[in-house]
Design a protein around this ligand. Structure first.
Ligand code: PLP
Length: 373
């Protein structure tokens, strides 16, 4: 018998889309998938070669729960914090769950801007909290300190922020982010700042919220080093907060893969990390510019400042639109998956080749023209 805490959690919409796409592919349909939530690049050889070497050297066992010193120090230097404030986790997702279980009180309220990454809603539900969403559609997909303050009270235990944002690519400016953190602090709430896309930005550099008393920064290398399958994430927070999360981490992820930790540490130390990221971001920029210039001729969207997603208002039910687009040969993620007020939106991921993006845009345009719009 399923436990009550998971009864309310559904993956049905994304699963339904997945099944529709799989069925269409089996029927031999040519589908361009713009649903991908990870860089399409292969993991850089600099990481792979070092990981192979590390495995041979014996990095195949448990590490400290906090992670290997070398990686903690490399991350601490990147973010200007002490290594004691860094904990390595099995991906960003593990860090998010650790932080949620450690700080979301049962029956408390959790603030989530909409649109946002689906998992935050799941964490809040798992912890038995109530969700209050902040509408960001009229403010460039970022919450304003005012909209945030309106919903804030002593019942709020945790606030999720995620900039650059999945699914919109929006970046929150440093001043607003810090004002929000201050308001949360005044009410005794913890801010979980998911900065997993912080290295993938275009013109506006996202501000990290490290070094704030009440902030837990969650990050990882899944996106920045195109290594989603390796499960290397990290948390930065002051020591007392890390200690609370350790109580979950020690029975949850326990530690991240040892050889992968070693490989990432060496890639950062060697200076290759920045070069790898620069090349990847320059390719994402080319794709963003192309997709934005094509899509904005047809539908309303906000030009993304980071990540590799675009959130588009197609002015019809997103499920129906996504299903019809399959017939035109494009798979998209329905906006409903990202919180309230998103029923007429779809997410486009441009983590795909230029060739596929061109095909995808042509097909969306054909649909648009067929509507006689
Ligand atoms: N946070 C956001 C906003 C994401 O989009 C994702 C993955 O799509 C994650 C966290 C999880 O990343 P990881 O693969 O490190 O668990």
């Amino acid at each position: 018998m399923e436990a009550g805490r998971v009864r309310d959690i559904s993956a049905s919409m994304i699963r339904r889309m997945f099944e529709i796409v799989e069925r269409a592919k089996k029927e031999g349909k040519d589908i361009v998938s713009l649903t991908i939530g990870e860089p399409d690049f292969i993991t850089p050889k600099e990481v792979i070669e070092r990981a192979c070497r590390a495995m041979k050297e014996g990095f195949t066992h448990y590490t400290s729960n906090f992670g290997i010193e070398e990686l903690r120090i490399a991350i601490a230097e990147q973010y200007g914090v002490s290594k004691d404030e860094v904990m390595i986790t099995a991906g960003g997702s593990e860090a998010l769950l650790n932080a949620s279980l450690a700080f979301i009180e049962e029956d408390s309220r959790v603030l989530i801007p909409s649109p946002s990454f689906l998992s935050y809603f799941t964490y809040a539900k798992l912890c038995g909290a109530k969700i209050s969403e902040i509408k960001t559609h009229e403010t460039g997909f970022v919450p304003t300190p005012e909209s945030f303050a309106e919903l804030m009270d002593r019942d709020v235990s945790v606030v999720f922020l995620n900039y650059p944002n999945n699914p919109t690519g929006a970046v929150l400016d440093k001043r607003s982010a810090e004002e929000i953190v201050k308001i949360a602090e005044d009410y005794g709430a913890i801010v979980i700042s998911d900065e997993i896309y912080d290295k993938i930005y275009y013109d506006k550099k996202p501000a990290s919220l490290v070094n704030h008393e009440n902030v837990i920064v969650v990050n990882g290398f899944s996106k920045s080093l195109a290594m989603t399958g390796w499960r290397i994430g990290f948390t930065i927070a002051r020591k007392e907060l890390l200690e609370s999360m350790l109580k979950i981490h020690q029975v949850n992820g326990v530690c991240a893969p040892a050889f992968a930790q070693k490989a990432v540490a060496e890639v950062i130390e060697s200076g290759e990390f920045d070069k790898i990221v620069r090349e990847m971001v320059s390719e994402f920029r080319r794709r963003r510019d192309f997709v934005y210039s094509e899509i904005s001729k047809l539908y309303w969207t906000v030009k993304p400042e980071g990540a590799f997603y675009m959130f588009v208002d197609v002015k019809e039910d997103c499920m129906k639109f996504s299903e019809k687009m399959i017939d035109y040969g494009v798979a998209l993620t329905p906006g409903k998956a990202f919180g309230s007020w998103n029923d007429s939106f779809v997410r486009i991921s441009y983590a795909n080749s230029m060739e596929n993006l061109k095909k995808g845009m042509e097909r969306i345009k054909r649909y648009y023209e067929d509507q006689g719009a």
